[in-house]
Design a protein around this ligand. Structure first.
Ligand code: PXL
Length: 297
């Protein structure tokens, strides 16, 4: 098997604007040296500002894509993105439960960054009951964490409340929970040269709470951040990393991609990330300093 790239499967929706969804996943996995294989759950008509339409792929055909790929290719990790319907969550849940989706990273996509609903009614319960019990890692943002737990998102205002929802989601069966604090207001890190705006994520495995902090990137170009993070975690897992290493590497990858794309003007809304580090190749590497810190509690 020497010289073979690792293979990871993404089960997700297509974003025609190519900043998020399966396009972001393929770019992320490719940038990390992992061969991406795909099962498409929905096709969206979308740009950086709006989701103009969603065309769902029948759940039975999502199943056919997954089983055909698995019958032939050595998939070492899987991520799910937009699943869209209860029926598709059921199909993916059954594959996962029967052990066919190794190292499963679940990004519980519910709403687009432009506010468009990306999950049918009943989907939250389906995630909770049918998919989270098979997840190695689940990566909700604050809104998704609140919806999964049936709490008010407005109450998730600090690290303590993030830890509390991480514990509840762990109780739903996911082995590792990464609650992303990207929407948390006004958090500062004081390492290095004085206080800087920072983003804390909470990683919990049922025993240890780890707070992973990254400097906040001041940009509107954030479309596909969550997709890219979960794809990067799956890619690093496919390459043999353990969960803590995979999450740490993935956060670093997304941070650099955000910094790289921060000055781009692609579209009028939330633009995409620089997945391939093109901005760095142009000699901008010195703008990409990142300060990652981890503390265990
Ligand atoms: O970022 C979540 C997401 C996932 N998948 C698709 C999307 C989006 C957000 O817009 O369009 C297809």
């Amino acid at each position: 098997m020497s010289n073979q790239p690792p293979v990871a499967l993404t089960i997700a929706g297509s974003d025609s604007g190519a900043g998020a969804g399966i396009q972001a996943d393929i770019k992320t996995m490719g940038a990390l040296g992992v061969f991406a294989v795909t099962a498409i759950t929905a096709v969206t008509a979308q740009n950086t500002s709006i989701v103009d339409g969603v065309h769902a792929i029948p759940a039975s055909f999502v199943h056919d894509q997954i089983s055909t790929v698995l019958a032939d290719l050595p998939v070492a990790a899987t991520k799910t993105g937009m699943l869209g319907s209860v029926e598709t969550i059921e199909v993916v849940g059954k594959c996962a439960e029967s052990g066919h989706l190794p190292n499963l990273v679940v990004d519980p996509v519910m709403v687009s960054s432009s506010g468009q609903q990306l999950l049918d009614g009943g989907g939250v319960i389906a995630y909770r009951e049918l998919l989270l019990p098979s997840a190695l890692v689940v990566t909700p943002n604050l809104w998704e964490a609140a919806l999964l737990c049936g709490t008010d998102p407005a109450e998730l205002t600090d690290l303590d409340s993030m830890v509390s929802v991480a514990r509840s989601i762990h109780d739903m069966g996911a082995r590792w929970v990464l609650v992303k604090g990207g929407h948390l207001a006004g958090v500062e890190s004081s390492s290095g040269s004085g206080p800087r705006p920072s983003v804390p994520d909470v990683l919990y495995d049922g025993a240890t709470v780890t707070v992973l902090t990254t400097d906040r990137v001041d940009t509107l170009n954030t479309h596909g951040t969550g997709c890219s993070l979960s794809a990067a975690i799956a890619a690093r897992l496919a390459d043999g990393a353990d969960v803590v290493t995979a999450v740490t590497d993935a956060k670093q990858f997304v941070h650099l991609a955000l910094v790289g794309g921060a000055g781009w003007h692609l579209g009028k809304g939330h633009g995409p990330l620089d997945h391939f580090g093109w901005s760095y190749a142009e000699g901008c590497r010195d703008t990409a300093s990142s300060d990652e810190t981890a503390t265990s509690h």
